[in-house]
Design a protein around this ligand. Structure first.
Ligand code: NAP
Length: 249
């Protein structure tokens, strides 16, 4: 028996990077997947076809801005109409707009807060009725070690990721009695397009500070998501699991 057999997961931002890695692992574990993306239409189509043909699960991509309240509702309504249920919601979509506070524009602040934090409110609220009527569900929110440690040049990003932790613990308390769990993953330095923007020097500085002396892979994060989405973790809620090679302890 596969770990996620007969479950349906919603993953935001799965056309690339960590979200894509999660979709691959979830499909391999027998999960049906509805995922969203912002603009990568071709990549999303390719992922849909690759996963459904390789693993025989149902996979559908939706172009939907997670930062927009109404779009999130429309996305979730379409998922429920097509898949019938939602067992796992993974709020993964995220962006960076780095700058020292001195130079940070209001736009850079708002964009990051809306895509990273408001999206979590949007998608969770939109899925709530489904979770409550099923009396079960697992919500996994993608924060970052930066949300716990802070990082110079990333005050907007750090604030959005710290906000996710407070929101998630509140959801664990609000929804626990209804059989719905909510946990957070704080990835450390994971090799994706988001981190590829950093130069060689910054990269070395990061890895030097990691006890396991390497950047993480999307598989490292996806494995944690399999655990938190599966029935292996039915007594785990309100927790922050760091997947960071020991960077944060
Ligand atoms: P990435 O490679 O840049 O991919 C971002 C994904 O989010 C893409 O699929 C993108 O879609 C989607 N997306 C962006 N804005 C969106 C929006 N408004 N609505 C819907 N989807 C949107 O990023 P990543 O490195 O995989 O990061 C994934 C998550 O992990 C983020 O929340 C990030 O903050 C967090 N994280 C990453 C690291 C790391 O080291 N990489 C560390 C800690 C935390 P398009 O392809 O259409 O643009």
């Amino acid at each position: 028996m596969k770990l996620l057999e007969n479950k349906t997961a919603v993953i935001t931002g799965a056309s690339r990077g960590i979200g894509r890695g999660i979709a691959e692992k979830y499909a391999a574990e027998g999960c049906n997947i509805a995922f969203s993306f912002a603009s990568s239409v071709e990549k999303a189509k390719a992922l849909e076809e690759e996963l459904s043909s390789r693993y025989g699960v149902k996979v559908k991509g939706f172009q939907s801005d997670a930062a927009d309240f109404t779009s999130a509702q429309t996305f979730i309504d379409a998922v429920v109409a097509e898949f019938g249920r939602i067992d796992i919601l993974i709020n993964n979509a995220g962006i960076t707009r780095d700058n020292l506070l001195m130079r940070m524009s209001e736009e850079q602040w708002d964009e990051v807060m809306n895509v990273n934090l408001k999206s979590v409110f949007n998608l969770t609220k939109a899925s709530l009725r489904t979770f409550l009527s099923q009396k079960s569900g697992s919500i996994i929110n993608m924060s970052s070690v930066v949300g716990v440690m802070g990082n110079a040049g990333q005050s907007n990003y750090a604030a959005s990721k710290a906000g996710i932790i407070g929101f998630s613990k509140s959801m664990a308390k609000e929804l626990g009695s209804r059989g719905v769990r909510c946990n957070v993953i704080t990835p450390g330095f994971i090799e994706t397009e988001m981190t590829a923007e950093l130069g060689e020097d910054a990269l070395k500085k990061w890895t030097d500070g990691i006890p396991l002396k390497r950047g993480g892979t999307t598989d490292d994060v996806a494995n944690a998501c399999v655990y938190l989405g599966s029935d292996m973790s039915t007594y785990v809620s309100g927790q922050v699991l760091s997947v960071c090679g020991g960077m944060l302890m």
